[in-house]
Ligand binder design. Sequence first.
Ligand code: PLP
Length: 394
Amino acid sequence: MNKYLTPNFSFAPILPQRASGSRVWDNYGKEYIDLAGGIAVNALGHCNPELVKVLVEQANKLWHISNLYTTEPAQELAGKLVNNSFANKVFFANSGAEANEAALKLARKHARDHFGEAKHEIVACTNSFHGRTLFTVSVGGQPKYSQDFAPLPLGIRHVAFNDSKSLEGAINENTCAFIVEPIQGESGVLPATAEYLHKARELCDKFDAALIFDEVQTGIGRTGKLFAHEHYDVTPDILSSAKALGCGIPIGAMLCTDKFAESFSLGSHGSTFGGNPLACAVGSRAFDLISLPETLNNVINQGNILQSKLADLGQESGVFSEVRGLGLLIGCVLSEKYQGRAGELVKIALTEGLMVLQAGANVLRLAPSLLLNDDDLNEGMLRLQKAIRTFVNS
Ligand SMILES: *Cc1c(COP(=O)(O)O)cnc(C)c1O
């Protein structure tokens, strides 16, 4: 099926051709319920008519003009992000990795500007995921993604996630930033404890380090609030967003307070495509639709229903030992007997007409459209039930 692309992906044996809402059809016309959401990206479903409309309107006006100019869509989206968050300023990029790259570079430069070059150390969590650029794989705590690309950037230290004691041992006067996902996504949908994030805030304040929340996966409505950190009542200094921000049009954003923003002085960072009018126009409309109370309520309601249906499925089949997550970011932990087999379950589900994800080898992950309706939810669970029957007998 793949003749021309580098072999770093393992493509599923189907060819998706068109999609609408939470349904996808392949080139044979077979239908799939999509509870993967393009890995937490298609937050308003596929080909959302309102987003198609703004995309086409913008396509007829202005596609790209470079960062020698700003545009109405970029100013509009940045304004919405600022007016609805802790942040005062926004830097636009094109992906989550690039948003994190900007966040990490900004933290380094801010510390150097104010405290000198010794204050450059970045503290991050083991098993975290922050993207695939060399800096972000080095900061992400998964050696399998970084070791083959050595030599790696220096000045990075890893601590166990949710372990306040080791965080206390790691953050000191040489720390410029601590970066953390409020819910570790790729490595198993593991929520941070409130105690941990509060401790992180306290230590970053004490040592003048930036607290960076990577909300690339958890942000923009995914958990039933605009950003996951709102559930915890802890605010960062810098935040990265991408995935759902463009609902499928590539865009990333780094949000920060004025105190940090000033270190991105003239010429210190940049991006050719960042702030692209097409992406920002779609992002701006998507932001309006996602912030509607009915959308966020749907995330909470359908999230609760999905979690309880998944827990029931896990109970009756013995396949899941735990169902966890927040809103519509859900992880089903495989029980002892099925350890290491999440990928297999994902493949079987696809043959049953269901798109789901894994998060590591032991967790089945769901990140569907925030507009997920009852029909798609129920049909999806029926298909998962069938897949689980095949899975336990295989
Ligand atoms: C997906 C993800 C990234 C990387 O985003 P890309 O757009 O693939 O570069 C970074 N951090 C988290 C938490 C993610 O889930």
